[in-house]
Write a protein that binds this ligand. Structure first.
Ligand code: NDP
Ligand code: GDR
Length: 378
């Protein structure tokens, strides 16, 4: 039985990957951080009581900032494959926590590679490093491929560029099977709630149900190459099944603005919206600013009114330096890995909207009475 170790197993990709590898017959070890509340929602369905027979999934407490703990877990688990998915993964937050981001995302990758080397597993253990299209940053060329130069635009991307190059270096210096997947944005119903796609799909559902009035967003003109996480975790596995360790771009080859993602999400609810509006900046100067008004209601007549403003731009979500345009060229992964995504953007939006509508209907039910009289603080 093959043994895999996943860092970041409680995250979006970690959860899908753990499920995928278990189905393939792997024994899966995952590293989770200690937190004051349970943080395993995404993998609870995979949990197995360790006292039972035939256990194939085990969680270990750990952190990428603690090398002693990484060495101990790797020694104990002797993995055939390590998927390094753990990271402080939010670009905007990295401007507020640059040092921690460098430590976890940059040096964390080094700690993991070095642990494998110190333990004498350099020839046994294959390593997947979660690299990112954020490395391309300020547009140098479009579409972006494995040979496009990098120009990182955030502390997150700068930390990840260290992770990228230290992975290449350990491959070249010690002959380790260590690979970068340069993954473009991928989303799903499990996506963290502060990333833009999930923020939009959740809010669109809440607005349609009358649970929220308005959604505040930042740069609506940013363009992203969005795929489905379920497709992308399969590519991670394929990368480690190759004869030779190499780096691959994983992308759909289609780019879309945040503005269009908003439009598509509301359209899933039968709501037609229009973008317009002016506002005043801090100096009182009138500026063009996006506002989104409802043009047609679909079936949402009880909760919405024609002409109401449902999205506004709040400059607090603008980033000090932005990545304007990401569009990947997946030719190498398609030809060499045989990788083909099953979801296109409309299918992704539909999947996320259906899931969030289901979740928000539960909220609506609660609001309408079931637990209304409960007040935990009395
Ligand atoms: P998430 O933010 O959903 O998950 C990140 C995971 O890392 C969580 O399990 C989190 O734990 C864990 N983590 C964070 N900091 C540490 C730490 N110091 N030590 C140990 N674990 C830690 O990210 P995704 O699943 O979306 O992404 C997976 C990886 O792929 C990340 O490295 C990300 O940077 C990268 N990536 C993601 C892309 C995307 O579009 N999703 C695209 C390209 C790259 P907890 O649950 O406790 O917070
Ligand atoms: P990104 O994803 O920065 O590409 O990083 P995110 O969804 O945060 O932003 C995408 C684009 O949308 C714009 N935007 C907003 N973003 C957020 N989060 N919130 C808003 O309100 C908002 N309004 C507009 C952003 O400015 C940006 O241009 C993700 C992460 O998963 C990284 O870990 C990963 O490496 C990259 O994708 C590839």
């Amino acid at each position: 039985m093959k043994v895999a170790l996943i860092t970041g197993v409680t995250g979006q990709d970690g959860a899908y990957l753990a499920e995928f590898l278990l189905k393939k017959g792997y024994f899966v070890h995952g590293i989770k951080r200690r937190s004051s509340l349970f943080n395993t929602d995404r993998i609870d369905h995979l949990y197995q009581d360790q006292h039972e027979n035939n256990v194939h999934f085990k969680l270990h407490y750990g952190d990428l900032t603690d090398s002693t703990n990484l060495i101990r877990i790797i020694q104990e688990t002797q993995p055939d494959e390590i998927y390094n998915l753990a990271a402080m993964s939010h670009v905007q937050v990295s401007f507020e926590m640059p040092e921690y981001t460098a430590n976890a995302d940059g040096i964390g990758t080094l700690r993991l590679l070095e642990a494998v080397r110190i333990l004498g597993l350099a020839k046994k253990t294959k390593i997947y490093q979660a690299s990112t299209s954020e490395l391309y940053g300020l547009v140098q060329a479009v579409p972006q491929s494995e040979t496009t130069p990098f120009y990182p635009r955030s502390p997150y991307a700068v930390a990840k560029i260290y992770g990228y190059w230290i992975t290449v270096n350990y491959r070249e210096a010690y002959g380790m099977f260590a690979c970068n997947g340069i993954l473009f944005n991928h989303e799903s119903p499990l996506r963290g709630e502060t990333f833009v796609t999930r923020k939009i799909t959740r809010a669109a559902c809440k607005i349609a149900l009358g649970l929220q009035n308005c959604l505040y967003l930042g740069n609506l003109s940013a363009q992203r190459d969005w795929g489905h996480a379920k497709d992308y975790i399969e590519a991670m596995w394929l990368i480690l099944q190759q004869e030779k360790a190499e780096d691959f771009v994983i992308a759909t080859g289609v780019t879309t603005t945040v503005r269009d993602f908003v439009r598509m999400s509301f359209a899933e609810l039968g709501i037609d919206i229009e973008f317009s509006g002016k506002d005043a900046n801090e100096q009182g100067v009138i500026i063009d600013i996006d506002q989104v008004k409802i043009k047609s209601l679909g079936l949402n007549e009880d909760s919405l009114k024609l002409g109401m403003t449902v999205v506004k731009v709040d400059p607090k979500y603008f980033r000090p330096t932005e990545v304007d345009l990401l569009l990947g060229d997946p030719t190498k992964s398609k030809t060499q890995l045989g990788w083909e995504p099953k979801y296109d953007l409309p299918a992704l939006v539909k999947d996320m909207m259906q899931s969030d509508l289901h979740l928000m209907k539960k909220d609506e039910y609660l609001k309408e009475g079931a637990f209304r009289t409960l007040n935990y603080f009395e």
